[in-house]
Write a protein that binds this ligand. Structure first.
Ligand SMILES: [Zn+2]
Length: 1931
């Protein structure tokens, strides 16, 4: 059988990284190990921080799953890396930054392992490390942090491998307590009684029962501890606190250690899958200690990255310097008792068959290695088995503490390894014998349960191979059928047994077995009993007790000893499990199966068997041979009967009459014996918590009782590791099987199953008295050869037997090319074992082997890697005696390699590597490692980015574009800072490193707010690497805006600003290749046409999104119109056409293919030998997905996103799998729709370009869309039109902040201040555009953070404006300008005095007049204008009493509002007004008017119905229109939430008539106040000179209640405190409680205002698109798909950013808003707008809170204004159309004059920064400082009308700006694309033959025209709606 080659497995390692900064340089000298340890400071406390990951080799998952899921086991990982990565790792290792410690194949268990398995697994690991990494890959530190107790032999093995230190965690709790109090956590440990001082090793232990991070300081991706935030401005700032807390931890820990050094582990099980996060925080921790420098015990702290090795070195230096003496230990750390009744002694026996299987496997491994070596076959032939056995040493493998499924996987590997190795043995023997035909040996895996196919039929041959170095004789059992058999020697039984005598050393014998008849001649032979109770042979026999039938006495070689074996069991306690052994406290003593036993006795010439069956699950067969020095107890236990619900632990107890005085002996990993004393520990006080299990010890091979007085010794040698004890003198018990029904740690309980029943375990105990033969574990290997004869029936490959006390421990091939071998010789007796054999012995290697001659032998460390002469171990003066003779290192290292006589002292193992040509070892030593790669110099590279960097496509194939991305919301469930510090920074870092590894990979970076934060934290080196990635198109900026803005609620000005901010940053930081070419709006909830237009104007070629109305999408999928072309503007021509693609299924990875660290989908498993292999099937199912997709897209290209919200924190998880997905399509030759497949890493740009090319080549026509994608419904009843209004105060604050933002940018420009002056506000505004910010769909805590950040930005801006204006005016003293951000709730400290000044700044480029409201105190006020004129004011009452705010903010509310008209404010300039209170009594009066219904002025007024107290009509612009207005609400269903609007009825409910109507009149302002109830108030205001009527409304505090018609006030639970600095949960918003308080049947309320006119508007209306173009709407209608009327209200709602209007043939009625609101016209003549929402449910779209806002300790109060205008459409006012009137109002309301207060007298009372005003259809959209260095400004001019809106104003207009600005003169102006990042001439948008039509060259829209303009030509022409963007250079 051909066994497929498997690349295997597993490397357990611990890596640590030091902070040593290294530049890449060829000249670096090699430095690693102790050389690169950080310096310690003798006068400080040195704190070694040790990053590590503990990666179990299978535990809860199989190794394969672990590897693929999370862990990068070095070796497996290495096999899959490319050369560049390997070089990088080598460099890290050679610089000591990545340090490998321990380095074994696994972190082995120490209780159950055989020393041979341990040595082998270290040899395997260290050899590979040395060959791969050179000397720096070798370690001198043992790291056994997890194993459950520690053996002395492990310490000895470490020492013999040249290790300096041994570090572990788990040991007896009493020992630990003592060590803590004695400061002996560091100690020196003697590993061997026999091997002298060189077996001492420095040992350090943990103070805690965990190797995890210090509590509260876990910085892994899997932890929830607070990140370290160093930004003092952040509300999450905690740096100082973390340092102080950590210092507290150090202070506690350092008192337990003997020196001024302390190590702290920073890691845990399978951590560091995303290392950037971990290291970033540790970096901050370390720098925090430098910054804050806390002291402990009067000492400073020196905190640094370190490694366990460096810790050991530091302690050693201290000890030498201070002459300190450490504790010296000579016993071991077994067993592990973790608490009074927590004895980890169960795992000594757990899974007994597994433990046995490991031993068998090791046996085959040794034979395989020997024969491969002898035959000169390649060493790697033994690799699979060596690997499987190496894995098996793991502390959750051989211990039996893994899950059952994992055990099966271990066995699978072992079985495969053995199976394969038998083939290799055949091959080796065939070669050694020089025969043609393969010997074809077979292996009977189940011989011990009597199954062996090979012996089933007829005659066969048995080959017995003896792996020992001397001749042995063995009894051999072979399962056969009944019958008569002959072997070359003796006879047979059912189990054919024969004595194989004198099998030669390292040799074999072949036995022919023949069946001679069908009837067994011996089968029923009667017993040969000499004496009724004495059974056996002359010298070997047993004597039975007459009464009970039990054995009473045994004799070997005639020596009698009273020994009674019995099978017994313990009842287990619930606390018993795989790890722990705990007898039931009420039934502590072991129970005997029965008092009497029936003996079945079988006799043959070879042996006599006594079978004692006590129950069917406890059987002993005592086998006596004639001539052996042992009696065998062949025991069988199981299936354990647990029918009564109790677990049981089965033991075999041997009772003797020896006087043992409480002592017994157990072996340490099969080597030295350790003396044990019952209820005693040599180094600390024993407390008897568990009298049985507390006395259990691991027995690996043998356990011994000694009667010192009688000089008699009784030993039991066992065939696997078991737990054992001597609980009474003369007794010895061994636990053989376990069945527990509970798990002590809540996992899987240990009741093993096999073959459908409880596990049956079988094994042997060899009982002996006298000198011990510990080699029983090495027995001849049984192979059957049914077919071929072996020419030589007996052969040895040794020329002579080795002496009786010498064991050829290892012979294996070392290096095939150099023809070298590894040989270990062992003296296997201890110094006092035997007077003859425990002496030194000498072996001559020269002619030992028959097949080769040894020429030289170089002695090495036990792991075979380091020549002994190169070893220098740490020196500990307290143990400084030099060893003599063969134990002395000095003697041994002086030995000449050609001296082949090797002497051995007792217990000594000497390891030699040998050659038999004259090639010397120099070859190994001088191996040169090319580890220093040249850093790539990419600065001069010509960038190949954009479309040129796409992977190639092929239109004759199906092209699958895989697009890795992460969707990183700029705030949503967490704040921006939280998301960044907890997740996003690691996403970017992780992706960058993964991209650097493999040039094929691609990633798109989207949100620049995060990228900016990340960039600023990076080192130059990283920045250069990122630039390289960008320049090569491997990392592509997509979208690139500060945030992925919402499209419903945003105003175009803020959108443009946020792209400008981000794209400028990207351009400055990364250059041209960072210009985004695609919009990526995958999450926003509906899509505006204006956004498509803006993207086009930014130069983008396409936009991608996921959320489209379900009806629209299903039609698109049917019609293959998921890809389309979209016309962004009705005014701007074909340049606003943009390719648009709808994602197939949201933006996450296809179902089942999420490979992210946070997902649980199957990884792609490519190893065909793995039982969980799935490569082909995963590729197939992916292909199916693509087949499906292709039915919805018009070309042969599909785009498949791989990502989701905050994915890719551990980028390799996904990339590795995507790499394999791609590879798989090729490997398996997948075709789709009969076409071959081209599957590539791609980006949206590459996809769009590919589609474009395809469309052009095949003349495909795409759909052209001209309307927009609003509203968005994801099902027939869930329309996302609620968020058009959600969080109305937040939406207003954003608009308000924009107003200030423009003012601030203008004044900063005029004052020539730095471009980043307003950065905080710009950034906050950018964030605020995000689709979970301005939408109101974030959590409340996040909203508060948005507001915090915005208000902070506003305050900074105001203060900058003050200094700037003061400087412009040449003032010495700052004007100290202030703004009253709370003036809308009558709070303004600045206007609370009797005399103050207002500086009113107009940000419009034309002069404007404006009514200003100022909260003031009552009295008579004198207002003086800029020219000294006295201005009429109007003193009114506040709309509402806002005193409740006073209570919360301790700010004073003012009791009056003073209106005045600021007349003719200059463009981009200001007027100053003086306010003086001249009398404390006001003259204005307030009256209730009952008989005058008409309020206003002669040409503009309103009529009120005094009966209903509601509006009746409005007269404006010479038109009187019947308009009524009223307040209503909808009751919402449980589906209405932050996103979704779902009323429970189509009818809204009135609040009823207003209860009060208060009319107040001033000279130029008339007010009517309507009060509906405590919660709803409105003032309708008519102004003398305005074209609009203002509706100033206040709603709240409103809370929904159980019944339908009224509101009642409920206290909301409120725990906000923005002053608290700690996070995360400091805003607790107890929404659940509120819901409960109002009852389960409560309805949410959606409050609307409705204007009802008598216009016949035909159910048609218009809403604006982001404040720009108007879009036609019609009730119950969609232009491009069939409307289904399932949500008649919500589905007719549209976003209203600034304006909604209705009209009939002549007359037009418009409502303008001061923020975004949802609105509709459900019936002809009506307009309704939703004002606020109080909801009691979450709509299950992720936010997880319901929208019931509160502020100032009560439900939210919302105040806002509508500006209502009406008139003749064509002749609204003064020759302007209504459209022009509305545009004017909208602009004046968007960019209101900003009011500054100042106590100072401003000398210049009027100032304009413009020399002239711009025409009324032109708007100076932007003026801001661009680059400080070259005196440039960004300037945008906008035509604010659409093309058909006004006959005059909708014309092209030309402005001359050469002399426009008063503070600077423009020299030249270069035109740019809209974001200001790309010069117009560098714009290269994709052309689409179908829609791209050049504009008439004379039009200012024409690109050619614009490009032809000279930069000094300052006459700029604008077409309607055109925005032109310039960077102006000024003088
Ligand atoms: Zn999102």
């Amino acid at each position: 059988m051909q066994f497929s080659r498997v690349i295997i497995v597993c490397f357990s390692f611990v890596f640590t990284v030091q902070a040593k900064p290294h530049l890449f340089s060829l000249n670096d000298t090699l430095g690693c190990g102790y050389q690169v340890c950080p310096a310690t400071d003798p006068n400080k406390i040195n704190v070694h921080l040790i990053p590590h990951s503990h990666d179990d080799l299978g535990w809860l998952k199989t190794v394969d799953e672990y590897f693929n899921d999370q862990t990068y086991y070095l070796h497996r990982w290495w096999e899959m890396q490319d050369d560049a990565t390997k070089e990088n790792v080598k460099r890290l290792i050679n610089e000591g930054r990545l340090e490998i410690i321990n380095g074994g194949w696994s972190m082995n268990d120490e209780a159950n392992t055989h020393y041979q398995g341990t040595i082998d697994q270290f040899t395997l690991g260290h050899k590979w490390l040395y060959e791969t990494f050179g000397e720096c890959g070798l370690t001198k530190t043992g790291w056994q942090i997890d194993p459950f107790g520690h053996s002395r032999e492990q310490a000895s093995i470490y020492s013999q491998m040249g290790f300096d230190s041994f570090i572990f965690m788990r040991y007896d709790y009493r020992d630990q307590a003592k060590r803590k109090s004695h400061r002996t956590m560091d100690l020196l440990w003697r590993g061997s009684d026999n091997l002298g001082k060189d077996s001492n090793i420095f040992t350090s232990t943990f103070t805690r029962g965990t190797y995890a991070w210090p509590p509260g300081f876990c910085y892994d991706i899997s932890c929830g501890d607070a990140e370290i935030v160093t930004d003092e401005d952040s509300s999450d700032f905690n740096w100082n606190q973390v340092v102080s807390d950590f210092a507290g931890y150090i202070a506690d820990q350092v008192q337990y250690y003997p020196t001024n050094n302390l190590f702290i582990t920073m890691g845990d099980d399978v951590h560091y899958t995303q290392a950037q996060k971990n290291f970033a925080n540790i970096d901050k921790l370390i720098s925090g200690f430098k910054k804050y420098n806390p002291n402990i015990y009067g000492k400073e702290l020196n905190v640094f990255y370190s490694t366990p090795s460096c810790y050991a070195k530091a302690v050693n230096e201290y000890v030498i310097r201070e002459n300190a003496v450490l504790d010296h230990k000579t016993d071991d750390f077994m067993p592990l008792i973790s608490e009074n009744d927590g004895c980890w002694t169960g795992f000594f026996t757990s899974r007994p068959t597994s433990k046995r299987y490991e031993r068998i496997s090791n046996h085959y491994l040794q034979a395989t290695k020997q024969l491969i070596a002898l035959a000169g076959l390649p060493q790697e032939l033994s690799f699979n088995l060596a690997n499987a056995v190496g894995v098996m040493q793991h502390h959750d493998a051989i211990t039996g503490t893994e899950l059952q499924a994992v055990e099966k996987d271990y066995h699978r590997s072992l079985y495969a390894g053995i199976f394969e190795s038998v083939q290799h043995i055949s091959k080796a023997l065939t070669k050694l014998l020089g025969i043609e035909q393969d010997i074809d040996l077979h292996y009977c895996a189940w011989a011990n349960v009597s199954i062996c196919h090979e012996t089933k039929e007829g005659n066969f041959r048995i080959l017995l191979y003896n792996p020992l170095g001397r001749t042995v004789t063995e009894y051999v059992q072979v399962p056969v059928d009944d019958g008569a058999w002959t072997v070359t020697d003796p006879e047979v039984k059912k189990i054919l047994m024969f004595k194989a005598e004198n099998i030669p050393p390292l040799g074999y014998k072949v036995y022919e077995v023949a069946k001679t008849g069908d009837v067994s001649e011996l089968s029923n032979q009667t017993q040969a009993i000499a004496d009724r109770n004495k059974i056996g042979f002359e010298k070997n026999y047993v004597i039975l007790d007459e009464e009970t039938g039990f054995i009473k006495t045994m004799a070997i070689n005639g020596f009698e000893l009273n020994v009674t074996p019995k099978v017994m069991f313990y009842y287990s306690d619930y606390g018993s499990g795989a790890y722990m052994f705990k007898p039931d406290v009420n039934r502590r003593d072991p129970v005997s199966f029965s008092d009497k036993v029936e003996n079945q006795i079988t006799t043959s010439d070879l042996s006599i068997e006594i079978r004692q069956e006590m129950r069917d699950w406890g059987i002993m067969t005592i086998r006596i041979y004639q001539d052996t020095d042992y009696i065998e107890n062949d025991w069988l236990a199981g299936p354990v009967d647990v029918g009564d619900g109790s677990g049981r632990d089965v033991i075999i107890k041997y009772t003797t009459d020896l006087a043992t005085a409480g002592t017994f002996y157990t072996d340490s990993n099969s080597r030295e014996l350790i003396k044990r004393q019952r209820n005693f520990r040599p180094t600390f006080n024993y407390t008897n918590g568990e009298p049985q299990s507390g006395n259990y010890y691991p027995v690996t091979t043998r356990m011994v009782l000694r009667d010192e007085d009688r000089g008699v010794q009784f030993a039991v040698i066992i065939d696997r590791a078991q737990g054992g004890s001597s609980l009474n003198d003369g007794e010895l018990e061994l636990m053989v099987h376990r069945a527990t029904l509970r798990d002590e740690f809540g996992g899987e309980h240990l009741y093993e199953m096999e073959y459908g029943t409880g596990l049956v375990a079988r094994g042997s105990h060899y009982l002996t008295f006298g000198p011990v033969n510990s080699e029983r574990n090495i027995y001849p290997l049984l192979c059957s050869s049914p077919n071929n004869a072996v020419p030589e029936k007996a052969k040895s490959f040794l020329n002579q037997d080795l002496p009786d006390n010498v064991h050829l421990l290892t012979i294996q091939r070392w290096n095939d090319d150099a023809n070298t071998y590894l040989i270990r010789l062992e003296h296997f007796l201890e110094k006092d074992d035997d007077s003859n054999l425990s002496t030194e012995v000498e072996i001559d290697l020269e002619n030992l082997f028959t097949v080769f001659t040894i020429v030289s032998a170089e002695e090495r460390t036990l792991n075979g890697v380091t020549p002994l002469r190169d070893v220098s171990r740490m020196n500990w003066p307290q143990l400084n005696d030099e060893e003599e003779r063969v134990l002395g290192m000095k003697n041994r290292s002086l030995r000449d390699d050609t001296d082949l006589k090797i002497a051995l002292a007792p217990m000594q193992i000497r390891t030699c590597a040998q050659i038999f040509s004259m090639t010397r070892w120099l070859l190994l030593a001088l191996s040169v490692y090319g580890i220093y790669g040249n850093p790539v110099d990419f600065t001069d590279d010509i960038p190949v980015c954009g479309y040129d960097s796409c992977h190639s496509i092929d239109h004759e194939k199906i092209n699958i574009h895989l697009v890795p991305h992460s969707h990183d919301d700029v705030g949503w469930l967490r704040t921006v800072d939280q998301y960044f510090y907890y997740q996003v920074q690691y996403i970017i870092s992780s992706v960058v490193s993964a991209l650097l590894e493999n040039p094929n990979r691609r990633f798109i970076q989207v949100e620049t707010a995060y990228f900016y934060m990340w960039w600023n934290l990076q080192k130059d080196e990283t920045k250069s690497q990122v630039k390289q990635l960008i320049n090569e198109g491997r990392l592509e900026i997509i979208n690139g805006a500060w945030s992925m803005n919402d499209e419903a609620n945003v105003h175009y000005q803020s959108t443009i600003d946020q792209y400008t901010l981000a794209l400028k940053f990207l351009e400055d930081a990364l250059g041209k290749c960072a210009r985004p070419r695609m919009g990526w709006q995958i999450d926003p909830f509906g899509h505006s046409r204006e956004h498509a237009s803006l993207l086009s104007q930014f130069g983008m070629d396409g936009v991608f999104f996921a959320r489209v109305d379900y009806r629209d999408k299903s039609k698109r999928m049917r019609k293959k119109t998921m890809d389309m072309l979209w016309t962004g503007s009705a005014n701007l021509g074909s340049d606003t056409n943009i390719f648009t693609s709808v994602l197939y299924k949201h933006y996450s990875a296809p179902g089942g293919f999420c490979f992210d660290v946070t997902c649980n989908d199957q990884p792609i498993i490519v190893d065909p030998a793995s039982p969980i292999y799935n490569w082909k099937s995963r590729v197939d199912s992916f292909a199916d997905y693509v087949r499906q997709m292709l039915q919805s897209y018009p070309t042969r290209h599909v785009l498949i996103p791989f990502g989701d919200d905050f994915k890719w924190e551990a980028a390799l998880n996904s990339y590795i799998n995507l790499d394999r997905l791609i590879e798989g399509f090729d490997k398996f030759n997948i075709t789709i729709n009969k076409l071959p497949v081209n599957i590539i890493y791609s980006t949206p740009s590459c996809y769009a370009k590919a589609v474009r090319d395809y469309v052009e080549e095949y003349n495909v026509t795409l759909e052209v869309k001209t309307d927009d994608f609003f509203p968005y419904a994801d099902t027939s009843t869930t329309v996302w039109s609620g968020y058009f209004t959600s969080r109305p105060t937040s939406k207003r604050l954003e608009r308000f902040a924009n107003n200030l933002h423009q003012v601030a940018k203008q004044i900063t420009a005029f004052g020539n201040k730095p471009a980043d002056t307003n950065l905080q506000l710009s950034r906050a505004m950018g964030v605020m555009q995000h689709h979970d910010a301005i939408t109101g769909t974030e959590k409340t805590a996040v909203e508060i953070d948005y507001h915090r950040s915005l208000v902070k930005g506003m305050n900074i801006a105001i203060s900058n404006i003050s200094t700037t204006l003061s400087a412009i005016l040449g003032l010495d003293k700052d004007l100290n300008l202030k703004s009253c951000l709370l003036s809308n709730v009558s709070i303004c400290a600045e206007s609370s005095g009797d005399n103050f000044n207002l500086l009113v700044y107009n940000p419009l480029s034309r002069s404007a007049s404006h009514y200003i409201q100022v909260p003031v105190n009552d009295g008579e006020w004198k207002i003086t204008g800029p020219s000294g004129e006295v201005i009429e004011g109007f003193l009114s009452n506040p709309i509402r009493n806002f005193d409740y705010i006073t209570q919360d903010t301790r700010k004073e509310t003012l009791n009056k509002v003073l209106f005045f008209r600021a007349e003719s404010l200059p463009p981009l300039g200001y007027n100053v007004y003086n306010f003086q209170r001249v009398s404390l009594v006001s003259k204005s009066k307030e009256e209730n008017v009952v008989d005058v219904g008409q309020i206003g002025f002669s040409d503009r007024y309103i009529n009120m119905n005094l009966h209903t107290r509601l509006l009746e009509s409005i007269t404006l612009n010479n038109v009187t229109l019947n308009v009524s207005q009223d307040m209503y609400f909808y009751n919402s269903t449980t589906q209405s939430g932050a996103y979704i609007f779902q009323p429970n009825s189509n009818s809204s409910i009135r609040f009823g008539d207003p209860t009060d109507l208060i009319i107040t009149e001033g000279g130029n302002v008339k007010e009517v106040k309507q009060i509906w109830n405590d919660y709803v108030t409105q003032i309708i205001r008519v102004f003398k000179d305005e074209d609009f009527v203002e509706f100033d409304w206040v709603i709240g505090p409103a809370l929904s209640t159980t019944s339908g018609d009224y509101f009642s006030k409920t206290v909301i639970f409120y725990l906000r405190d923005v002053k608290v600095q700690t996070q995360i949960s400091y805003y607790v918003y107890l929404t659940g409680k509120t819901a409960q308080a109002v009852g389960a049947n409560g309805f949410g309320k959606e409050i609307i205002t409705r204007y009802t006119t008598n216009l016949d508007s035909n159910e048609e209306f218009y809403t604006d698109s982001n404040g720009r173009e108007m879009i036609y709407r019609k009730t119950n209608y969609r232009p491009t798909y069939t409307y289904t009327d399932t949500e008649p209200v919500a589905d007719n709602y549209y976003p209203v950013n600034t304006k909604i209007l209705i009209k009939d043939d002549t007359t037009e009625f418009a409502v303008l808003t001061d923020r975004s609101e949802g609105g509709s016209s459900l019936n002809s003549g009506e307009i309704e707008l939703m004002l606020t929402r109080n909801l009691l449910h979450d709509d299950n779209r992720g936010v997880g809170e319901f929208l019931n806002e509160s502020e100032y300790n009560q439900g939210l109060v919302v105040r806002g204004s509508h500006f209502v205008t009406l008139g003749k459409s064509l002749d609204g006012n003064g020759g302007r159309t209504m459209a022009a009137v509305e545009r004017d109002i909208a602009q004046r309301k968007l960019l209101q004059p900003w009011v500054f207060f100042t106590p100072e007298d401003v000398s210049v009372k009027q100032l304009s920064f413009l020399n002239k005003e711009l025409p009324e259809n032109v708007h100076l959209l932007t003026l801001e400082t661009w680059n400080d260095s070259d005196n440039t400004f960004l300037l945008r001019l906008e035509h604010i009308l659409e093309k058909d809106e006004d006959p005059t104003l909708s014309q092209e207009v030309t402005v001359d700006i050469s002399d426009l600005f008063s503070t600077f003169k423009i020299k030249s102006m270069k035109e740019y694309l809209l974001a200001g990042n790309t010069p117009l001439e560098e714009s290269t948008r994709l052309k689409w033959a179908q829609v791209t039509k050049p504009e008439d060259e004379s039009s200012p829209l024409s690109m050619q025209n614009r490009l032809a303009r000279d930069i000094t030509d300052l006459n700029i022409t604008l077409a309607p709606m055109q925005i032109r963007t310039f960077i102006a250079t000024v003088e």
